[in-house]
Design a protein around this ligand. Structure first.
Ligand SMILES: *[C@@H]1O[C@H](CO)[C@@H](O)[C@H](O)[C@H]1NC(C)=O
Ligand SMILES: *[C@@H]1O[C@H](CO)[C@@H](O)[C@H](O)[C@H]1NC(C)=O
Ligand SMILES: *[C@@H]1O[C@H](CO)[C@@H](O)[C@H](O)[C@H]1NC(C)=O
Ligand SMILES: *[C@@H]1O[C@H](CO)[C@@H](O)[C@H](O)[C@H]1NC(C)=O
Ligand SMILES: *[C@@H]1O[C@H](CO)[C@@H](O)[C@H](O)[C@H]1NC(C)=O
Length: 386
């Protein structure tokens, strides 16, 4: 009897509070990454981005034609400056001017270039170049200021697993690893705070799920499955999905450096729909669709993470098209052969997901009516019982 009563009260409260308006101050943007390939011309890509309802595109290795394709598009553009150019930009302001005059000046502001990532996961893929990273970022920022283009943010991308200590559960214990912390990340966070720019970090629940066998698949796929380590006792919050746990680990690692309130943009996230490695059974189209649908619903809800109510500033889904090499032969082991693309080469969507989030929104009228009816039913049941 008391259990019955508790359940009723619980349902009553959860329904009642779900009827209150969501604290949706700024809903994160959703974009996708694109690496120029031969199967799709840049103008087709710009069309696909807007028809998918994406707000932004991240060009992983831009060529001017790809930037040009986004002239007059509503989608904002995040450019990536290749790792190989980082030393010359660090040494020489005119190299920064010359890069900007090819990739930015001819297009901005007709193409909504929002930010430039200096390098792509440089700390893990080219660690020898890390001493050049901050000087290159500063030179690019100064050059943009000289050109009067202060609206464009300058930052760089990191990978979650290679920059955070392995003890990121619970999130409150997360820290950036040395020596990258002292040499690069601390001064970078200072720079980002001074220039109102965002930290860009790749967040792949898929990879953490594969490393930590105790994580149930539903927790990684936004199904709110129970998980023994989902409570963070230090902060007193409970996690409902792995994505939020990883984002809050980044938020805590930033806070541990004494830099609060640096916006976080997820530079890459996704779930592979296929893998060349037969042991990767979780790389399948069903899970990929569940992950992406859960991600879009979560971001569009504007609810944020337990520790940061505004959540991430935005997220880029990796990636629009499968890598061309995936079908090729040379140099790629089966293990790396994963298909992350959300579009087929013929530009049709692999998954049934509305990235604009305009349908299935919890604020819908029908949903409201259903909830109200349930409230009445629960109320009547409760009064009958007592
Ligand atoms: C951009 O958005 C405006 C207003 O929502 C719309 O009228 C216009 O067609 C869009 N342009 C493109 C290229 O999608
Ligand atoms: C600086 O960069 C410019 C343009 O990229 C190049 O012409 C020049 O030789 C460079 N100067 C030095 C000192 O590296
Ligand atoms: C940062 O943003 C705040 C609020 O948007 C603004 O007042 C401030 O001038 C900006 N600072 C810089 C350096 O752009
Ligand atoms: C990679 O995977 C794709 C499909 O997932 C397959 O068509 C291709 O043959 C695979 N390539 C290699 C080298 O395993
Ligand atoms: C596009 O390609 C996919 C996979 O090859 C196929 O299933 C689909 O029917 C194609 N759609 C069109 C419109 O050609």
């Amino acid at each position: 009897m008391s259990l019955f009563y508790s359940l009723l009260t619980l349902s009553f409260y959860s329904l009642f509070f779900s009827l209150l308006p969501h604290p949706s101050a700024a809903v994160p943007f959703i974009g996708a990454t694109y690496s120029p390939s031969t199967s799709a011309t840049p103008s087709h890509v710009a069309g696909a981005v807007s028809s998918l309802g994406l707000d932004s595109v991240r060009l992983k290795s831009p060529d001017p034609a790809a930037v040009r394709a986004f002239l007059y598009s509503n989608a904002s553009v995040l450019l990536t400056l290749p790792n190989s150019l980082v030393p010359s930009l660090a040494a020489n302001r005119s190299a920064a001017f010359s890069w900007l005059s090819s990739f930015v000046v001819p297009f901005f502001p007709r193409a909504k270039i929002s930010a430039i990532s200096v390098g792509d996961d440089l700390l893990s893929s080219s660690p020898d170049l890390s001493p050049f990273l901050l000087p290159a970022i500063r030179n690019l920022h100064l050059s943009l200021s000289d050109l009067g283009l202060r609206q464009i943010q300058v930052s760089t991308t990191f990978s979650f697993l290679s920059t955070l200590s392995s003890s990121f559960f619970p999130p409150s214990s997360a820290q950036f690893l040395e020596p990258a912390l002292s040499n690069v990340i601390s001064p970078l966070l200072q720079f980002l705070g001074d220039t109102n720019s965002s930290l860009l970090v790749n967040v792949y629940p898929y990879n953490v799920y594969r490393l930590r066998t105790e994580i149930p698949i539903g927790f990684a796929l936004f199904q709110e499955q129970r998980f023994n380590f989902r409570d963070d006792l230090a902060t007193g919050v409970r996690y409902r999905n792995l994505f939020d746990m990883m984002v809050d680990a980044v938020v805590c690692a930033i806070a541990a450096t004494g830099n609060d309130n640096i916006p976080v943009i997820v530079a890459e996230t996704g779930w592979p729909g296929a893998s060349g490695d037969p042991t990767e059974a979780d790389a399948n189209p069903l899970y990929a669709e569940m992950y992406l649908r859960g991600l879009v619903r979560h971001l569009r809800s504007g609810i944020g993470t337990p520790l940061r109510k505004e959540g991430v500033a935005g997220a880029y889904i990796y990636e629009l098209f499968d890598k061309e090499e995936a079908a090729g032969k040379q140099g790629r082991t089966g293990k790396q052969n994963r298909s992350w693309g959300i579009l087929y080469p013929n530009m049709t969507s692999k998954y049934d997901i509305d990235f604009s989030g305009s349908v299935g929104c919890l604020g819908g009228r029908d949903f409201l009516v259903v909830k109200l009816v349930w409230l009445v039913v629960i109320f009547v049941l409760a009064s009958l019982r007592f």
